[in-house]
Design a protein around this ligand. Structure first.
Ligand code: GAL
Length: 386
């Protein structure tokens, strides 16, 4: 491990009783001498009881992690990113730097190489270059750093066998697909008028995130499978719409389909809340969710703050809590445990809803509807990792 230049609290400059310098007959000058300031004459102006700490930059032996996030502008990722920085700052045992891949694989490659040139001890990769996982794993192996694939497709078993410093941290995306499907089935079965054109089929639009991304693949498959398994016939409108987790792209895609299918669409299945909200925006502009009660069932994933607002408003039927704080905590904890030479297990991670299988770390989802939307709260300033 190299010495890293990090900001640390270096010294407490003076304590209140010493500052005032009165009464005790001792210590006034030594307290001031602590700051290197010999002009101690202005003790009266400092008579207020204060304890100050000086922040300085110093070289200390702590590991450095480089996190390459796919897109700082993504709602879920921006929360996870900020949370990881907060946890690292509060804990102080590992320094974290990060970089924005701006949803571009070439930028991701540059960012990764840049992190390697800084000789990071940990590379955290929120990978979008899903076709290049083997190559990336080989590069990590050559560099000799730890590699943590975060919130993305897991490396293969073979990659894990080749490199004992390889980890993945991800939510169990199958659960989020099931949660969306189950809520739609429940509503459909209880409300016959949910079949808006009366064709006996659930006509749905599928809004996909990044093509080939684990969450997108699994959420889209499992949600529809749940519906089909419950005996409901389905009809997909508009084919697979790749909207890359973007609200604006989803809004555009749904608005375009409304021109021809406004009377047919029964449901929108969105692989995240941002896209669900884009769809809702288009629906509102198309005359849905108004006073006449005309509606479409919309399902999303993440339970972001704005997603939860839509659940409260009644426009988003269901979302699945994908907790960015847990993602950040689990990622940090993998680094902390390995840096201390400890094994990463479900027990040693000690985080609610987090399970370890080999070197794959899994995070559970939770279904969020109008009934329990207040349970979706998480705190970006929560840095407790024990
Ligand atoms: C998913 C999340 C999406 C998006 C994506 C990026 O888990 O639900 O909103 O952030 O990760 O990797």
């Amino acid at each position: 491990m190299k010495k890293r230049l990090v900001s640390v609290l270096m010294s407490v400059t003076m304590a209140a009783s010493l500052l005032a310098g009165c009464g005790s007959g001792a210590g006034g000058s030594s307290a001031v001498a602590n700051t290197g300031d010999t002009a101690a004459s202005d003790a009266s102006s400092q008579a207020e009881a204060t304890v100050e700490a000086e922040e300085e930059t110093a070289a200390v032996d702590i590991p450095l992690a480089g996190a390459c996030w796919y897109n700082f502008a993504d709602t879920f990722i921006s929360n996870a990113r900020q949370s990881l920085l907060n946890i690292a700052a509060a804990d102080g045992a590992i320094a974290v730097e990060d970089a924005d891949s701006q949803n571009d694989t070439a930028t991701q490659t540059n960012n990764m190489n840049n992190m390697f040139s800084k000789d990071v001890d940990y590379l955290i990769l929120n990978n979008i270059n899903t076709g290049a996982i083997d190559d990336i794993c080989n590069q990590i192996l050559e560099q000799g750093t730890y590699g943590i694939f975060a919130n993305t497709d897991s490396p293969s078993d073979e990659n894990f066998e080749k490199n004992e410093k390889l980890y993945s941290v991800s939510s169990v995306a199958t659960q989020s697909g099931d949660i969306m499907g189950e809520a739609i089935v429940e509503y459909w079965k209880a409300n016959p008028d949910a079949d808006r054109n009366g064709n006996g089929k659930l006509d749905y639009i599928m809004l996909l995130g990044i093509q080939g991304h684990y969450d997108t693949t699994v959420r889209s498959q499992y949600s529809v499978q749940k519906i089909v398994d419950s005996g409901i016939e389905v009809n997909q409108i508009g084919g697979d719409l790749v909207c890359e987790y973007s609200r604006a792209k989803a809004q555009e895609a749904v608005a375009a389909l409304l021109a021809n299918y406004s009377d047919d669409i029964d449901a929108i299945i969105a692989c995240n809340d941002d896209m669900a909200l884009g769809g809702i925006e288009a629906l509102k502009a198309g005359g849905f969710f108004g006073e006449d009660g005309k509606k479409v069932l919309v399902a999303g994933v993440d339970a972001t703050a704005v997603g939860c607002d839509a659940v409260r408003e009644g426009t988003l039927l269901v979302t699945a809590l994908n907790n960015p704080i847990t993602l950040a905590k689990a990622t940090y904890k993998v680094m902390k445990l390995t840096s201390e030479g400890k094994e990463v297990t479900t027990e040693s991670m000690g985080l609610d809803g987090v399970t370890v299988e080999g070197r794959r770390v899994w995070i559970d989802y939770k279904a969020i509807t109008k009934d329990n939307v207040d349970e979706a709260n998480y705190d970006i300033n929560d840095t407790v990792i024990e």
